[in-house]
Ligand binder design. Sequence first.
Ligand code: HEM
Length: 511
Amino acid sequence: MSGLLSLLITALFALLLRKYVASRKKHLPYPPGPKPMPLIGNILDLPTDDVPSAYVEWAKKYKSSILHASALGSHIVVLNDVEDAIELFERRARIYSDRPEYPIRKLMGWDHNFALTRYGDEWRYCRKITQEHFRKEAVKNYHDVISQKVHAMLDGLLQSPNKFEHHNKMLSVSIPMKTMYGYDVESINDRCITVTDKSLLLGSPLFLPGASLINIFPILAFIPSWFPGASSRKIAAEVKQLTEEVIQAPMNWAKMRMVEGTAVPSLVTHFLEKKNTIGASAAEERAIGDVAYTVNGAASDTTISATGSFLYFMAVNHGIQKKAQREIDRVVGRNRLPDFSDRPTMPYLEAIYREVLRCRQPLDMGLPHCLTEDDHYKGYFIPKGTIVLGNIWAMTHDEKSYPEPFAFKPERFFDEKGDLNDDDRILAYGFGRRGCVGKHVASATLWLTFASILATFNIEKAKDDSGREIPISDEYQEFGFISHKTPFECSITPRSHGHRQLIEEVNLLNK
Ligand code: HEM
């Protein structure tokens, strides 16, 4: 055993040395960043806490919005400026659209998640299916499901307002489950939710760069789990089992409903029906399962995060909430709930939607892109294989583009004439060919959720026993790639008896 150990340590050392020697070859300089240590590079410098603002501090320190760091021979470039992100991720999309290869991904079964798949045919096939289903026009097909689930959330808030996080989760999970598989999630304890949660809880920490040594030394994927650093293989195996269930169980459920003739139209049943008439290969069936699984994961946590931010911003910005409610009352009245046809006539609500996603992005560092060829930019060298991160939070908190960037101010999206300005690109959805393919679904869901909650409820800070408001901190916490508002208390009460009745009536009709 000790012979094998020393062989492996020698192999790891040789690998590092080769990478180190290669990195010393003459070329244009890398973008500015902290000085790397021999062999281990900047592994000790990389921020792990409040990552986006740590990179803003780096930008000030190194006087550059493009930053470079290296870790054990791998290169990382961080873009803090939107112009650089557009130039590299979009104009040079051919070479900046890959995702990094983390060996742990396959071990956990997450290679079925096409948001994390390498840039190639497999990704192209899945992206094409989702693009067809989620383009702006096609999203109208989802309006009924979205409305039904948003109305159910209002009912939940009516029954148990203190459990708003629970209702938020139900909303965000139930829309993709219904649209992908035709499955109605009945409760937060539904196995499809608990298994997904467990796989994410175990798997997300391993997936972050540097979290598992397997991500740095792929060789560890092939050696026994007793070897130091390879223990994450055990956890990965458990995650893989859970992931298989997350993919297969709802697929099998949809197939059973088709056999019984009780299937509800969904992406999966639509595909399986087509398969029955014109045929499809096992690989195509696997791909559709992967698409549905990916969408399920990509849609739920991001929507939970954005809706949580909305409730927080409303609770701490009373005047803005009242202004939005006045707009809703003017356009919608008090005898019905908002619907999608109201959207173009409610600019202030539109500005609130933009401002929520400007202030807080569910993925504040986006998802990592990866460069497939050596490149030069602004006099710097960016080697093939570099992981390129867009610091979306930095781009939306740049004082020049957004004065008073830390203030929640929907008014910033209006011009001098009082019309909505043309700053309608939501950077929170990322960039280029890997940009969020579900952004129109997300936009429709968030807009209707915000409009419906504001139309019917007042959101305020909770009060303690002596009637004093309980302050809400502005803290966020990262879970995997996703940033969530830390838990907080708030009071959510119906605006009037009429609003309560309206919610009850609408939900009765939906049943
Ligand atoms: C507030 C809601 C959402 C936000 C902020 C968001 C944001 C993002 C971001 C930043 C990326 C990575 C972009 C990049 O690499 O540059 C992404 C990718 C993706 N999103 Fe979303 N997303 C949201 C909701 C959704 C929804 C509702 C769906 C599905 C209906 C979805 C499906 C996807 C998929 C499949 C990818 C991977 C795309 C690829 O790699 O080709 N997202 N999203």
